[in-house]
Design a protein around this ligand. Structure first.
Ligand code: FES
Ligand code: FES
Length: 176
């Protein structure tokens, strides 16, 4: 590099700056599972990465990181969202709930109990996202028919094929 003329070096620097935009950070105040965190994050940080890497809440899983599998599903202000497609900054000042915040102490959420009772999982990798979507499915009233449940849950993939148990769990909780 030292032997290159300065004009060539300047050219490489311009290309590098174009390809790798400079990092911008922003302070974020975010409430997760009723606890408020004040963090500084790259403006491009997704909510999923913030939860897992900065807040060490690893319940939400990174399956595809492209909005295709539902493993990263969490709730923001009670609505289910894909945290891999949500910027952390978008959740600032809002109430985020992850799978870690669903139980009350040792008392499991009814949906967590139902997943255990109905064999709603095998390896468990997709389960946090399935449960967060399942809770939203019941809360938002999409349980009138089997088809409505399947349609609502269609964004959550399960490679173990535990779909029958997942649907049964939702029907069980909807009937409570
Ligand atoms: Fe977010 Fe797959 S990791 S949808
Ligand atoms: Fe294994 Fe769903 S339980 S991917």
């Amino acid at each position: 590099m030292a032997a290159l003329p300065s004009s060539v070096k300047a050219f490489y620097k311009d290309v590098k700056n174009f390809i790798i935009p400079p990092k911008h950070t922003t302070p974020i105040s975010i409430t997760v599972n009723k606890k408020t965190y004040k963090v500084t994050a790259d403006t491009r940080t997704t909510l999923l990465d913030l939860l897992r890497e900065q807040l060490h809440l690893t319940g939400a899983k990174k399956g595809c990181d492209h909005g295709q599998c539902g493993a990263c599903t969490v709730h923001i202000n009670g609505k289910h969202v894909l945290s891999c497609l949500t910027l952390a900054a978008q959740a600032a000042g809002k109430e985020v709930t992850t799978i870690e915040g669903l139980a009350e102490g040792d008392k499991l959420h009814p949906m967590q109990k139902a997943f255990i009772e109905c064999d709603g999982f095998q390896c468990g990798y997709c389960t946090p996202g399935q449960i967060m979507s399942a809770v939203a499915c019941v809360n938002e009233g999409h349980t009138k028919s089997l088809a409505a449940i399947k349609e609502f849950m269609s964004g959550n993939l399960c490679r173990c094929g535990a779909y029958n148990g997942i649907v049964e769990s939702i029907q069980k909780v909807a009937a409570l």
